[in-house]
Design a binder for this molecule. Structure first.
Ligand SMILES: NC(=O)c1ccc[n+]([C@@H]2O[C@H](COP(=O)([O-])OP(=O)(O)OC[C@H]3O[C@@H](n4cnc5c(N)ncnc54)[C@H](O)[C@@H]3O)[C@@H](O)[C@H]2O)c1
Length: 350
C-alpha cells in the first residue's frame, strides 16, 4: 500500500487527486498540507487523514511514500525537489515548473534520489488519445503530414470560481494560457506522434482577461504556436482563455491515408476519415469540461492509477518527468519566440 501525502488542497485535489486516491486500492491517504490550514483541515475531514503544520513535517513522516504536489505553479519545483530529496515519489501537477532550469533540476533530483517523478499530463491517458497513438504507430493513418490542436475555454475563473485567481497572476503562475492549457496540447503532440517538436514560432497576447479592478491581467490569455517536429511535420496549436462560446479541446492529424479527428465531435471522441472508403466513428469517452466538473460530474482521469502503478511496479510511465521536460522546453521556446519575434530551435537531447 502506497502512503500518500497531498500538498495543496485546492480544486485539483478536491475534484481529482483525493477522490482518485480513495478509489485506488493500492493507495492510502495519510495526510494533507496547505498554507491555508483551514483548507487542509476541511480536506482531511472530507477525505480522511491527518493535517501537517508544514511541508517539512509531512516529508519527515515515514508513513508517507509518495506525494501529490498541487500548489501554485511557482512552488512546483521547490516542493517537488524537497520531496524527492526526502525519499518520496512525486506526482506534480502541470505545468511542471516555471523555468527550464527548474524542470531540469526536478528530473535530476528524481534520478539522484532513485524515486519516481510523474507530471499530471492527463491528456495522455484519455482513451481517444491512447487509441490514436496506437493507430499512428501502426501506420494506419500513413505518414503524418500536418496537425492542428486547440484547447480553449472561458478561463481559469470558471475552474476556481474566483475572479482574481492566482492563475491570472504572473507572480504565482508565471505562465498564462500557454502554461495552463498549451502545455497539455504540446505534450499531447509529442505523445501522439512519438517525436519531439524542435522548432517554434509563437504569438502570445492578452486580449480580454481582466482583474476585478478592470486592468488587463499580466499573463497571456491567448497563444498561437506554429510547431515543427523532428521529422519535419508542421502543425499549429491554439490555446485560449477567451473562448466564452465554443469551448474546444480537439486535435486533428492529417496523414497520407486520411484524417484522424480527436474530441472534435460532440458524440464521437475518435473519427477516422480515410481518403477512400467510409469513415469510422468511435465513442471511446468524453473529455470533461470545467462546467461538468463543477457540477459534480466527475470522471476518473487515470492519473492517480498510473502514478500508483508506476511506483508499485517500478515501470516507466508515459507521465514520466523526462517526457514532461521535453514539452516544457517547447513552451519556454514559445515564450522566447513571442518575446523576440524569431523562430526558435528547441534542443531536445533527452
Ligand atoms: N492536470 C490538469 O488538467 C489541471 C487542472 C487544474 C489545475 N491543475 C494544476 O494544479 C495545481 C493546483 O491548481 P488548483 O486548481 O488546485 O488551484 P487552487 O488555487 O484551487 O489550489 C491551490 C492550493 O494550493 C495552496 N498553495 C499554494 N501555494 C502553496 C505552497 N507553496 N505551499 C502549500 N500550499 C500552497 C493554496 O492555498 C490552495 O489551497 C496548479 O499547478 C494547476 O496548474 C492541473
Amino acid at each position: 500500500m502506497v502512503g500518500i501525502g497531498i500538498i495543496g488542497c485546492g480544486k485539483i485535489t478536491q475534484l481529482r487527486h483525493a477522490p482518485e486516491y480513495l478509489e485506488n486500492p493500492g493507495a492510502h491517504i495519510v495526510g494533507f498540507f496547505d498554507m491555508d490550514a483551514k483548507r487542509a483541515e476541511a480536506t482531511a475531514a472530507k477525505f480522511g487523514g491527518r493535517v501537517y503544520d508544514s511541508v517539512v513535517q509531512m516529508l519527515a513522516d515515514q508513513d508517507i511514500d509518495a506525494v501529490s504536489v498541487n500548489v501554485a505553479n511557482v512552488a512546483h519545483a521547490e516542493v517537488s525537489i524537497a520531496a524527492l530529496e526526502a525519499g518520496k515519489h512525486v506526482l506534480c501537477e502541470k505545468p511542471m515548473a516555471v523555468t527550464r532550469d527548474e524542470c531540469e533540476a526536478m528530473v535530476a533530483a528524481a534520478r539522484k534520489a532513485g524515486k519516481r517523478l510523474l507530471i499530471g499530463h492527463n491528456q495522455r491517458l484519455a482513451n481517444a488519445h491512447v487509441h490514436a497513438r496506437q493507430m499512428i504507430a501502426q501506420g494506419l493513418i500513413g505518414k503524418p503530414l500536418s496537425f492542428r490542436t486547440v484547447f480553449g475555454h472561458p478561463g481559469p475563473e470558471c475552474w476556481t470560481g474566483k475572479p482574481d485567481s492566482w492563475f491570472l497572476s504572473k507572480a504565482a503562475a508565471h505562465f498564462g494560457v500557454l502554461g495552463d492549457l498549451g502545455i497539455h496540447k504540446t505534450d499531447l503532440i509529442h505523445y501522439l506522434l512519438d517525436e519531439p517538436i524542435v522548432q517554434v514560432s509563437a504569438v502570445l497576447r492578452t486580449m480580454d482577461k481582466r482583474y476585478t479592478t478592470g486592468e488587463l491581467v499580466d499573463v497571456e490569455d491567448n497563444a498561437l504556436c506554429l510547431y515543427e517536429t523532428r521529422s519535419g511535420v508542421p502543425g499549429s496549436m491554439q490555446v485560449s482563455w477567451t473562448f466564452y462560446a465554443g469551448e474546444d479541446n480537439s486535435t486533428r492529424i492529417w496523414g497520407t491515408k486520411g484524417l484522424l479527428r480527436l474530441y472534435d465531435d460532440p458524440k464521437y471522441s475518435l473519427i477516422w476519415e480515410p481518403n477512400q472508403g467510409d469513415a469510422e466513428h468511435h465513442r471511446l469517452d468524453e473529455l470533461t469540461t470545467n462546467e461538468d466538473q463543477n457540477a459534480g460530474n466527475r470522471t476518473n482521469t487515470g492519473v492517480i492509477d498510473e502514478f500508483i502503478a508506476a511506483v508499485s511496479e517500478g515501470r516507466p510511465s508515459v507521465l514520466d518527468g523526462e517526457q514532461a521536460l521535453r514539452a516544457m522546453r517547447v513552451v519556454f521556446a514559445a515564450e522566447e519566440s513571442a518575446r523576440t519575434g524569431q523562430r526558435v530551435n528547441v534542443a531536445q537531447d533527452v
